[in-house]
Write a protein that binds this ligand. Structure first.
Ligand code: GDP
Ligand code: MG
Length: 294
């Protein structure tokens, strides 16, 4: 590595659940993308910025690629294709604890079509399976190289960062060094809440949930911030599930989200949560836009 400053945009691509968001958060040392064991959790394109003395990497985390099935699905596909169109490098993230599958193949083909240089990142290295699987993944495309990592333990990430910077062009520092994400704070805080809903509720609820953070007001006289947010669902029955018996579920969601907000803001948080029904919001362009899915 010479003393030229390098920078560029790096897309994090892979089928749902391979650990893309976990990887991004780990690389940045801060939680900018939510993590879930339910697929297709990430809805927006999240940019995370890693600034080093000799380089700046702008990561683009994308929703898992999949076949569109309704409006929100199509929106997610557009985001993925958009993310690929102007990046310097893509990381194809795969799950090393499982053999290659149809989803990995589909995505590898998209990458070949997009003509982006690709580094193969075999994640979940802490639970790496058969060596035969590794060769199977390597056969999916013509990669610059392979790096085995664990987003969970941090293993291999130093190596990954070094290798990917080697493939970036000389370039400027695009963002100020203290900036970790280009997402508005309100959006990130809303995602924390959505993550807790996904974690705590049953199958039928997750994809029907959107969160809008209406107010973030730091108090001037105290180390305290007031945050007001609304959880939108599609049906009355889902509203019931999210509120829970005697409001117990909503309280748990609020407590878990608040703890993470306090860690991010380094202040106490007073979180007020509301639940509202917005029928069929996933199928309405207007609703998608007003909830931040442009
Ligand atoms: P995404 O859909 O690709 O963004 O995946 P997520 O980041 O949401 O992670 C999906 C699941 O895989 C979560 O339960 C993570 O905790 C888990 N996971 C992510 N990285 C690792 C890893 O390196 N090792 C193990 N064992 N689990 C991981
Ligand atoms: Mg994700």
């Amino acid at each position: 590595m010479g003393d030229t400053y390098r920078s560029g945009f790096v897309a994090i691509i892979g089928r749902p659940n391979v650990g893309k968001s976990t990887l991004l958060n780990r690389l940045l040392g801060q939680k900018v993308a939510i993590v879930s064991d339910k697929p297709q959790t990430t809805r927006n394109q999240i940019r995370g910025i890693l600034t080093l003395p000799h380089a700046q990497v702008v990561f683009v985390d994308t929703p898992g690629m999949h076949k569109p099935f309704h409006l929100l699905g199509e929106y997610m596909m557009r985001e993925v294709r958009g993310a690929l169109s102007d990046v310097d490098l893509a990381l194809l993230v795969v799950d090393g604890s499982q053999p290659p599958g149809q989803g990995d193949r589909f995505i590898a083909e998209e990458l070949v079509e997009a003509k982006v240089p690709v580094l193969l990142v075999v994640n979940k290295g802490d639970r790496l399976g058969d060596a035969e699987w590794l060769r199977g993944y390597e056969a999916l495309g013509d990669f610059l190289g392979t790096v085995v990592v664990s987003a969970l333990t941090g293993g291999g990430l130093g190596d990954l960062v070094r290798r990917l910077i080697d493939h970036l062009p000389p370039g400027p520092q695009y963002y100020p060094e203290d900036m970790v994400s280009d997402q508005p704070l309100k959006f990130i805080l809303g995602e924390y809440i959505r993550e807790k809903v996904l974690e705590l509720t049953r199958e039928e609820v997750p994809h029907s949930v959107a969160v809008e953070v209406e107010e973030v007001s730091p108090r001037e006289d105290r180390e305290l911030t007031d945050i007001r947010a609304t959880i939108y669902v599609e049906k009355d029955s889902q509203k019931g599930i999210i509120i829970g018996k005697g409001g117990q579920m909503l309280r748990s969601i609020g407590q878990l989200a608040r703890t993470e907000m306090e860690a991010l803001l380094e202040r106490q948080v007073n979180l007020q949560l509301w639940v509202k029904v917005k029928k069929d919001w996933r199928h309405q362009e207007g609703s998608l836009r007003s909830l931040g899915y442009r």
